[in-house]
Design a protein. Structure first.
Length: 228
């Protein structure tokens, strides 16, 4: 049943992402100043939102593991962290491509860009800890604590443009961000499409983590039986 749910999520993600590209390239108008390069925005923003949501899931799963000691929460945290690092890395790359056209530089130490880069490094380190050879329970505990502490940077990324002077645009500000109605529609379609993709990726990786733990447990029991 769970495999069927993951397959349906993946199918929905494929259809939704394909539909979102029709909106990007055929429905949304070409921006007058930046031209077609502006359409990177429709990928950049969903990547940013869902990477930060991934790290929120890592935070919640870490708290749940510390309270219940259920390895299922550890598997969810691991899956969400992997997807979050992937999405945030792509967010940084698409942001650099957009910045080259908009600001005439590939990178600038803007508060939002800097905090986002720190966030990526922190969660990349989190994955390195997960890949260590620590015992499973100890590794899960350390990663849960690290996932809770690391989340402190995520709200900072979101509010950095408001806390400090930033050249990063506030797309959905109170004044509407200056988007045409077709652009807003395309943006929300893309956000919805990446919802299905995020669900499919996290569910699949969490299931793979659970299967990996099960296989490791069976292998350990088999070695213990041979020693007896």
């Amino acid at each position: 049943m769970r495999s069927n749910w993951i397959a349906l999520s993946a199918l929905a993600a494929a259809v939704a992402v394909a539909a979102s590209h029709w909106f990007i390239w055929s429905y949304a108008p070409v921006e007058a100043t930046m031209g077609p390069v502006q359409k990177i925005f429709y990928l950049h923003l969903p990547l940013a939102w869902w990477s930060m949501f991934s790290f929120f899931v890592v935070f919640c799963a870490g708290v749940a593991f510390l309270l219940r000691r259920d390895m299922a929460w550890d598997h969810l945290a691991a899956a969400a962290a992997e997807v979050g690092v992937l999405f945030s890395g792509l967010m940084l790359v698409t942001g650099m491509l957009w910045a080259r056209k908009s600001w005439n530089v590939w990178w600038t130490w803007d508060p939002r860009l800097t905090t986002a880069l720190i966030m990526w490094f922190v969660y990349a380190a989190y994955l390195i800890v997960r890949a260590s050879g620590l015992p499973r329970e100890r590794r899960a505990t350390i990663c849960a604590v690290l996932g809770v502490v690391a989340f402190l940077d995520v709200p900072l990324v979101f509010y950095s443009a408001r806390l400090w002077r930033s050249i990063h645009p506030a797309v959905l500000a109170s004044k509407g961000g200056g988007l045409e109605p077709e652009m807003k529609t395309t943006l929300f379609v893309c956000l919805g499409a990446w919802t299905f993709l995020w669900l499919a990726l996290v569910a699949l990786r969490a299931r793979q983590k659970a299967m990996e733990a099960r296989l490791d447990s069976l292998a350990a029991n088999e070695r213990y039986g041979d020693e007896q």
